[in-house]
Design a protein around this ligand. Sequence first.
Ligand code: SF4
Length: 387
Amino acid sequence: MPALDLSAAGLKPLAPRSSEPFIGVLRGLTEDSATARDKEILLVRRPLARLPPGFRGYLLMEEGWVDPSLKDVYVLPSNLGYLAEGDVVRIHPTRGALTTLYRRTSPSNTFLVTERCDNNCLMCSQPPRKQDDSWLVDELMETLPLISPETRELGITGGEPSLLKGRLIELLERMKHHLPRTSVHLLTNGRGFANPELARALAKVQHPDLMLGVPLYSDLPEAHDYVVQALGAFDETVRGILQLKRARVRVELRCVIHAQTYSRLPQLADFITRNLLFVDHVALMGLEQMGFARANLGLLWIDPLDYQAQLIAAVRTLSRAGLDTSIYNHSLCTLPTELHSFARKSISDWKNLYVEECERCTRRADCGGFFASGLAKRSRGIQPFQD
Ligand code: SF4
C-alpha cells in the first residue's frame, strides 16, 4: 500500500522564500496563539489587513497585501483548497511545491518509511528502490509531535520497514510517546522478524495498539517465493510470523488475490488454520492496479467473478476455525451474497472512487468502490443493486 503522498506545485510566493524545505502544522487564526509557532503555518482563508508575525510560514487561500518584513508567504493553488487546520505539510520554497504529509480529518494516514525492500513482488504498488532514504524516517520523527493526539490510526509502509531495524524500533517508541491513543498498522513482509532479537525488540516497545500486516500468498513455498520474486522468502516470512507471535505481537495475514494466487486460496486457508491459527486477523484482498501490478496486468488479472468459488471455500474454512476474516478491496457487486458480511470498506478515502453504475446503486454506502489509481481492467460483474 503506498503512503499518503499528495504533492502539488503552484505555490505563488508573495515574500522572500527560505532556501530549504520545511515542515509545519496548519493553524487558523482562532486557535491558541500562545504555543510555539516555529512549527506552525498560518492558513488564511480570507484576506487580512495584516498577517500576524511569528509563524514559520503563511498559506493564503486568496492573494492580499503582505508586510514586506514577513517570510515564506504563499498563495495556494485552487487544487489545494482541501487543506485544513491540523494538517501537516512540507513546503518546498524553491520549487513552489507543497506535500501533504498528514490530514487531520482522514481516517487513513499512511507514512512511507523506506523504499528499499528485500522482496520484489509481481504486483507491488510501491516498487522498491535502492538509494539511501533515511530522510523519510527523520521527516516522520519531525512530523509525529505535530499530529493530533486524537488520530485514530496511522499506517507505516514501505518498501520493507523491518530493514530499518533499530530505527524502526525507535520510530515506534516515538509513536507510543507522542500518540499513545493512536493505533499503528505496520505493513511488513515479515522476513526481518525471523530474527528473534528484532521480534523481541519490537515487543519490548509495548505499543498499546500495534498490528503487523504480513502477506502470505500460498501454502506452497515455491508459489509464495514466485509471487514475491525472492527465493526462501516463504520460510523466512513464516518464521517471522512465529517469532512475532511468540513475542506476543499482533499479526494480520494478508493475501492479495490475483491470477497467480487464486487457485490455492482454499489450501492456503487450510494451511493457516493448521499452522497459524494464533494470528489475529486474515485479510483476503483485491488487486490494486498500480506500480508493478499495472505492468504485469496480463499475468495477474482475473475477474473476481471467476474466483468466487475459491474465495467462498477459503472464507468458510477460516471463519469456521474462528479466525477473524475480512475481504478487502472488492466491490460488493462482484462478491456472492454469502460473503458480503466479510467485505470491508478498505480503500483509503483519498484513493477511492466510484463509477457511473454506482450512482444508481442502493448499496453504495456499504461498498468500498474502486482504487482511483487504476481501472484498466474492470469486472464484468459491476452492476448497481436495486433493492
Ligand atoms: S455498483 Fe458500485 S457501489 Fe454498487 S456494489 Fe457495485 S461497485 Fe459498489
